[in-house]
Design a protein around this ligand. Structure first.
Ligand code: SF4
Ligand code: SF4
Length: 356
C-alpha cells in the first residue's frame, strides 16, 4: 500500500503536480514541435493533442506585483498554469488554439515582450548582483538590462544561425550558467582581500576561515589573534569573505567583468562544451556598461555573419579555429588567455598547440 505523501519543507514538490492536464496526459508521447513565429510554438502529441506555447521575457527584478499580473493572464487563458524556463523565460501554454491570439494581444497590452523561440537569443539567465549577494563584483540585473536593451531585436524578430544562450554570473562562484552558454559575462575580483583584524576575533572562527581558502593562502596569525594572507597564493575567489566578513574583497576600483564564449549544454550534433575566455577584463561602468555591451554585440554579430545555419557559437569557433575567432572579432589575444588555451585541453583541440 502506498504511503501518504509526507509533508515537508525540504526540497521542491514533485513537478508532476504542476503539469497542465494536456502535458500530463501525453507525457513522453510528444511527436514533434513547430515554430509558429518568434514567440509562439506548437507541440503535437502522438494522440493528436496539441499544446501552444507563448514565450515572454521576464524582467530583471521580479516583483510580486508582476508575478500576480502574469498569474492573472495564466488564469484567464491557460487554466492557471504557467511555466518559468531555466533561463527565466515565462511560458503560457494552452491546448485551445482559439486562445492563442487573444493571449498574445493581452500579453502585449500588458507590456510583455514576446519572443525567444527558435534561432535567436532568449531571456538572459543571471545571478543576484549588488542587489542581493554579498560576493558580487558587478550588478547582474543592471548589466543584463543594458545588454537586453541593445540585443532586443534578436529576441523579438531577427534570426541567428542557431539559438544563442546568454548568461551572467556576478562572481566566480558562478551561480549563473556561464560555463555552458554561448556568450557569457563573469564578474571578477582582482585584489587580495583586506583584513580588518579588530573585527576578526568577534565575527570569525579562525579554523573555518583558514579551511575556506582553496589555495591555502590563509594561515593563523596568533600575535594578532587574527589571520594572514599570502598574497601570491590568493586567486581572489572571495570564499574567505563568505565565511568571515571582516576579510573584505570588494574593491570598487578594481572589480569588473570578463567575457567567455562557446559553451553549450545540449549534445545535438556535438557534445556539451565549456566556455572559454574571450575578453579578460572590463571595468564596471554602471549604469549601462557600454563597453561590455558593445563587445557582446560585436561577438554576436560576427558569429551571425560567419557561422553556418544550425551552428552554435562554440561549434563555429571550433570549425574556423580560435585564432580566426580572435581575428574576425578584433579581440586582442593577451597573456590572460594563455591558461585557457593551453591547459584546458579537454575543451580545446587536443592535438596541435594553439598557434598565436
Ligand atoms: S555568482 Fe557569486 S556574487 Fe553572484 S549570486 Fe552567486 S555567489 Fe553571489
Ligand atoms: S580570496 Fe580566495 S584565494 Fe584569496 S585568500 Fe580568500 S579564499 Fe583564499
Amino acid at each position: 500500500m502506498a504511503l501518504p505523501q509526507r509533508q515537508t519543507d525540504i526540497g521542491p514538490p514533485h513537478y508532476k503536480q504542476f503539469l497542465p492536464p494536456v502535458i500530463e496526459k501525453n507525457y513522453g508521447q510528444w511527436k514533434y514541435h513547430e515554430r509558429i513565429d518568434a514567440g509562439t510554438m506548437v507541440h503535437v502529441a502522438e494522440s493528436g493533442d496539441k499544446v501552444y506555447t507563448v514565450r515572454v521575457a521576464s524582467p530583471r527584478l521580479l516583483s510580486t506585483d508582476t508575478i500576480r499580473d502574469m498569474l492573472d493572464v495564466a488564469d484567464k487563458y491557460c487554466d492557471g498554469y504557467i511555466r518559468f524556463t531555466s533561463r527565466n523565460n515565462v511560458e503560457f501554454m494552452t491546448a485551445d488554439e482559439s486562445k492563442v491570439e487573444p493571449l498574445k494581444k493581452e500579453l502585449k497590452d500588458r507590456g510583455y515582450t514576446i519572443g525567444g523561440i527558435g534561432p535567436r537569443i532568449t531571456n538572459v539567465v543571471h545571478t543576484q548582483g549588488w542587489v542581493h549577494c554579498h560576493s558580487a563584483c558587478t550588478d547582474a540585473s543592471g548589466l543584463v538590462k543594458a545588454m537586453m536593451d541593445e540585443l532586443y531585436e534578436y529576441f523579438t524578430e531577427k534570426e541567428l544561425p542557431a539559438k544563442v544562450r546568454l548568461a551572467l554570473a556576478c562572481c566566480v562562484n558562478m551561480c549563473g550558467a556561464v560555463h555552458c552558454s554561448d556568450i557569457a559575462v563573469v564578474a571578477v575580483h582582482r585584489k587580495v582581500p583586506v583584513i580588518d583584524h579588530d573585527k576578526i576575533k568577534d565575527m570569525c572562527e579562525i579554523p573555518t576561515t583558514v579551511a575556506a581558502c582553496p589555495t591555502r593562502a590563509i594561515s593563523p596569525d596568533p600575535a594578532k589573534k587574527s589571520i594572514k594572507i599570502k598574497d601570491e597564493k590568493c586567486m581572489y575567489c572571495g570564499n574567505c569573505f563568505t565565511v568571515c566578513p571582516p576579510i573584505e574583497i570588494h574593491n570598487p576600483e578594481h572589480d569588473g567583468v570578463a567575457i567567455v564564449v562557446g559553451g553549450k549544454i545540449g549534445s545535438l550534433r556535438t557534445g556539451p562544451k565549456f566556455s572559454k575566455l574571450a575578453i579578460p577584463f572590463f571595468y564596471n561602468e554602471p549604469p549601462r556598461w557600454p563597453k561590455v555591451v558593445a563587445a557582446i554585440k560585436n561577438i554576436l554579430e560576427v558569429y551571425a555573419k560567419n557561422a553556418r545555419k544550425h551552428e552554435r557559437l562554440g561549434e563555429w569557433v571550433e570549425r574556423i579555429g580560435w585564432e580566426r575567432f580572435f581575428k574576425l572579432t578584433g579581440i586582442e589575444f593577451t597573456y590572460q588567455h594563455i591558461d585557457d588555451f593551453t591547459f584546458m585541453r579537454d575543451t580545446l583541440r587536443t592535438s596541435a598547440a594553439f598557434k598565436w
